[in-house]
Design a protein around this ligand. Structure first.
Ligand code: EPU
Length: 428
């Protein structure tokens, strides 16, 4: 298992380009299960989750071919391939495998998809995905760890329906949206998640021939069509990856310009960074963050878009160790997303957690130590903290990072950091 060896402290400075968004690329790949012609997706991030999803598509009869420069061509083949089943082995390391459910059901009339299983950050049920599909006429049951869904009458399509999500769910909205685009008639989906990644999926589906209104708002209306063709589509910039580097700039007293970004999608973070005293400038597709002096603490509560994203909570917590005052950081989306706290404490952070709220006392001088990554964003938090810490930090289990950050060590090196990937077995 690889680890990062990081020497700190460093001041991150320079320019870095945002990669394509993992959480937009994953549903885009799943959408290729709906197409009857090849789809070309550009700006695909080279991260492990994308490779896993491509393998799942291959198993289901959609071949992927790298065209270079981050473009993938997905070509549909035998519609019976893989018997419409997403097996546990391909879904266990990547929850987004559940996104194959809606497209398989809509196009093939049946699907068998492994439940993704537990996850470090919370239970993460998929009841809303299933209820939404049932509202479109599917028969859905869970048996032997698999979701089995089918259109009751063989040869018929799902039918348009009305569904209200009990809470905004990102992949739930994406799954039901992808099912509705091939349903017969009109569907109205209410209390949808409004994350930018959903808008991106809707743009791809529309380019393939779908008829969708309201994506990006809480009510999405879909007029079903009988078939979807091919398309060319560029994935949006990764606001979470980009946000991670901008937080790194503020935390290390640095000066980083994020390029090829979408500043509007980063607004909840940029407002917070400005509140802490960091200088934030946006111009076109560029965002510059610098922090010449000491920062002040600013409270944060995570919530669905357009509020502060849970996927930046861990990195923000690392930032608050450098800010003067007591910052209250509340996690409202996932029930177990503070596993980075004991690891940050090993670097010298002073943080108390009560229920869903962490209180970070700052500023504290961090010092290097051995730490263990527990999930994707927790890993990013530890890497940022290590950049600010004096001495050497070894961040173990960075396979979590490789799921979602493209060439992170190279990007950090280009900003002046001393980060080295060390391969080989973990020490005891
Ligand atoms: N929920 C339910 N029932 C459902 C679906 C969701 O109770 O059927 C609950 C969840 O347990 C959670 C809340 O609703 O408490 C919101 O979860 P959501 O469904 O929105 O999360 P997700 O779709 O599983 C996506 C991202 C996550 C990101 C969340 C929240 C992808 C592939 N994953 O997950 O990304 O944290 O939305 O924004 O898009 C990451 O990239 O590190 C990551 C975890």
């Amino acid at each position: 298992m690889d680890r990062f060896r990081i020497q700190g402290p460093v001041r991150l400075a320079g320019r870095v380009r945002a990669s394509g968004a993992k959480n937009a690329a994953l549903p885009a790949l799943a959408a290729c299960l709906l197409a009857s012609e090849p789809v070309e997706l550009s700006r695909m991030p080279r991260v492990r989750d994308i490779r896993t999803m491509s393998r799942l598509l291959g198993h289901l009869g959609v071949a992927s071919e790298e065209l270079g420069d981050g473009t993938l061509r997905l070509t549909p083949g035998d519609p019976e391939a893989g018997a419409g089943e997403a097996p546990y082995e391909l879904v266990k390391t990547m929850r987004a495998g559940v996104l194959s459910l809606g497209p398989l059901l809509a196009r093939r009339g049946r699907a068998r998809v492994s439940l993704p299983g537990g996850c470090a950050i919370g239970v993460r049920p998929v009841d809303q995905h299933l209820a939404g599909l049932a509202a479109l006429g599917a028969e859905v049951r869970v048996e032997g760890g698999y979701v089995e869904a089918r259109v009751p009458e063989p040869g018929k399509r799902l039918r348009g329906g009305r569904f209200r999500f009990a809470m905004p769910t990102v992949t739930g909205t994406e799954n039901v949206l992808m099912a509705a685009v091939l349903a017969a008639g009109t569907s109205v989906l209410e209390n949808c998640a409004r994350e930018p990644e959903i808008g991106d999926l809707a743009r791809l589906l529309t380019a393939m021939g779908a008829r969708i209104e309201g994506a990006g708002t809480d009510t999405i209306t879909v007029h079903g069509v009988a078939e979807l063709g091919g398309a060319r589509h560029e994935i949006i910039p990764d606001r979470i990856e980009g946000g991670t580097y901008l937080i790194g700039a503020a935390l290390t007293g640095g000066d980083v310009t994020l390029e090829d970004a979408e500043p509007a999608d980063l607004a909840p973070l940029l407002e917070k960074l400005a509140e802490t005293g960091a200088a934030v400038e946006t111009e076109g597709t560029r965002v510059r963050v610098s922090a010449p002096g000491e920062l002040s603490s600013a409270d944060v509560e995570t919530a669905p878009h357009p509020r502060f994203p849970t996927d930046l909570q861990a990195q923000y917590l690392a930032l608050m160790t450098a800010a003067r005052g007591v910052a209250s950081v509340s996690e409202t989306v996932f029930e177990n997303r503070f596993q980075h706290v004991p690891e940050l404490a090993r670097l010298g952070a002073v943080i108390e957690v009560r229920g869903g709220t962490a209180k970070v006392h700052g500023p504290t001088a961090l010092s290097g130590a051995y730490v263990m990554a527990t999930d994707l964003r927790a890993s990013a938090c530890l890497v940022l903290a290590a950049l600010a810490a004096r001495g050497e930090t070894l961040v173990h289990r960075i396979y979590h990072l490789d799921r979602g950050y493209e060439r992170m060590e190279e990007k950090l090196q280009s900003l002046g950091a001393s980060v080295e990937r060390v391969a080989g077995p973990e020490p005891d």
